[in-house]
Write a protein that binds this ligand. Sequence first.
Ligand code: TRP
Length: 340
Amino acid sequence: MNTKQPTDKPEIILTGDRATGPLHLGHYVGSLEQRVALQEIHEQTILVADMQGLTDNAHNPKKVSSNILNVVADYLAVGINPLKTTICLQSQLPALAELTMYYSNLVTISRLERNPTVKNEVQNKGFERSIPAGFLTYPISQAADITGFNATLVPVGDDQLPMLEQTNEIVRKINSLAGRAVLNECRPLLSNSPRLPSTDGKNKMSKSMGNTINLGASEKEITAAVKSMYTDPNHLRVKDPGNIEGNVVFTYLDAFHQDKAYVSQLKEHYQRGGLGDGTTKKVLEECLQDMLRPIRERRAEYLSDKAQLIDILAKGSQISREKTEKILFDVKEIFGLNIF
Ligand code: TRP
């Protein structure tokens, strides 16, 4: 799959997040930072994917509904500007649900079952015996999200590449039915930064596993998270040489500390011996506290005015409704269904 960086031509960018929890540092390095930069040059829409969030949380819908505004506040707190980026709510764009219905006829169950991301999630969520139909088919709904805006570029993590592949398969089928290019094929835009490990070093950061540092984390939560961070289990005494490979403290310092030369120095010192985990953690803690303090404060301020957040989401959804309805019309036209 082509993963080249954006060219000079402004792209139509569509990306999204399931509204199943507040966003965390993994989202920050993986995509939020990038979106803040992209909004300056491209036509960018961010979709709060509440319907997709329900595909595995329908029995606990509050988990989704109660996080919608949290996610919007997270966006704004890191610098996504609603005047430059359209922020919209998936459930308020009925054209996306309709597109999903049309596309469903072009995708086989076995193709859905082969999607590696869905396969993984089915295992993790214990869905092996009975998969909700909406969960199995969410890649089709995600294809509707992407094509509903006719997006050309989709900033995502590598776990989402199978979704983009499925999207492009649908695009090709639609275009071949139409006999012309009605929908754009999309390209993924992967982050340059490596995926951030969880604080325990065992997994990727995941809101469902509770091993994250949220963007809105309190000072105390940050302190506790850094204290419990996985380092080198064989580095027992300060004077011993330590290993920086897989040492989460150094991975985070690489990701967040501004002074790269200083981090190199710390790494050398640690590997030579004579630098304790207490010290490296202190450096990291200070760095994260400084970075997250303004984000936490802005986030709290946004959340104190829910009406304003809802207004941003409603305005973005209105703009997006118009765009997605136009695409729906074009797709219905292919099936000969714009009867009246
Ligand atoms: N599946 C994405 C995730 O879990 C969220 C998402 C929904 C999305 N619709 C999208 C991402 C469209 C990119 C484009 O993170």
